[in-house]
Design a protein around this ligand. Structure first.
Ligand SMILES: [Fe+2]
Length: 283
């Protein structure tokens, strides 16, 4: 096995930068670029919402596998944090309460779970569960003014071939029982999520809201954007911990899994791009 030292880590980071984070879906996501700069039509936002809801819901399956296949208790808990928060457990601040969270404590129970108000940091340990804090319910609320109901969202039957391919790749690679493969996919997904696609979606949706659907709640998107912005700061440290951990680690396998995962992400967005081009022709 390669000896892991500071120099080796620096070299590994360089490889990650050149071989993984250079992926087109991180640097040149055509669909999100179009979404950000184009006056969107209702039908386009509806189709996007439906496909995103399938990804959001089936992501839970991948996350559950990630939890089950965790290599140690710490990793299992980290996976649970994400899973339980997704289904409605609100983060409780870890340290001293901020003014924001004090304010939150005084909320009416009906307002608890509102994505415009719930914490983006903290732990699920001791956090409150609210049905309406489930991210899928936030998405339902977003979809409602678009004319979409529960029956239109979140199931495999609503997904296009490319959306389902992505969801299945998440289960296969991100949820893998192979530690290095899962870690590579996880790192790739985190970096994709932090690379700015939420911001692009928000920009497009804000414009669409102001022009066409003034009561469109965008907090599902703004909440996730906030979380990812915070998370970006931690990915370097997490990578370092992983590299110097006691588990067998193979750089090539880690990077290959990451690339394969990002290819899956790319199929999802490119599928959406093909769908909109099929309706509108080239722009
Ligand atoms: Fe989420």
């Amino acid at each position: 096995m390669v000896k892991r030292n500071k120099k080796g880590f620096e070299h590994f980071e360089e490889r990650i930068q050149n071989e993984l984070l250079s992926h087109t879906i991180i640097n040149n996501n055509k669909y999100c670029q179009w979404f950000e700069r184009t006056p969107l039509k209702s039908q386009e936002v509806r189709h996007f919402t439906q496909q995103f809801s399938v990804f959001s819901n089936l992501f839970l399956v991948a996350q559950l596998y990630k939890m089950i296949n965790a290599v140690d208790l710490q990793e299992m808990r980290a996976a649970k944090e994400i899973l339980a928060n997704e289904i409605g457990c609100i983060f409780k601040p870890k340290h001293s309460e901020s003014d924001e969270s004090k304010q939150q404590r005084q909320l009416n129970p009906e307002d608890e779970g509102d994505p415009g108000l719930v914490n983006t940091e903290g732990t699920i340990d001791g956090g409150t569960f609210r049905f309406r804090a489930a991210h899928f319910e936030w998405l339902l609320n977003f979809a409602k003014p678009l004319g979409l109901t529960f029956q239109d969202l979140g199931k495999r039957e609503h997904g296009t071939k490319s959306t389902l391919f992505f969801c299945d790749e998440l289960i296969r690679i991100y949820g893998s029982h192979d530690f290095v493969q899962a870690a590579g996919a996880s790192f790739a997904v985190e970096n994709w999520a932090a690379a700015g696609f939420w911001k692009q979606l928000i920009t497009g949706l804000k414009e669409f809201k102001s022009q066409q659907v003034p009561n469109l709640p965008l907090a599902f998107f703004t909440w996730h954007d906030k979380v990812e912005a915070q998370h970006k700061e931690h990915t370097h440290d997490e990578l370092k911990d992983l590299y110097f951990s006691d588990y067998p680690f193979d750089e090539d396998q880690f990077i290959a899994a990451g690339i394969e995962m990002l290819d899956g992400v790319g199929v999802f967005w490119d599928g959406l791009n093909q769908d909109r081009l099929a309706v509108n022709g080239r722009d």
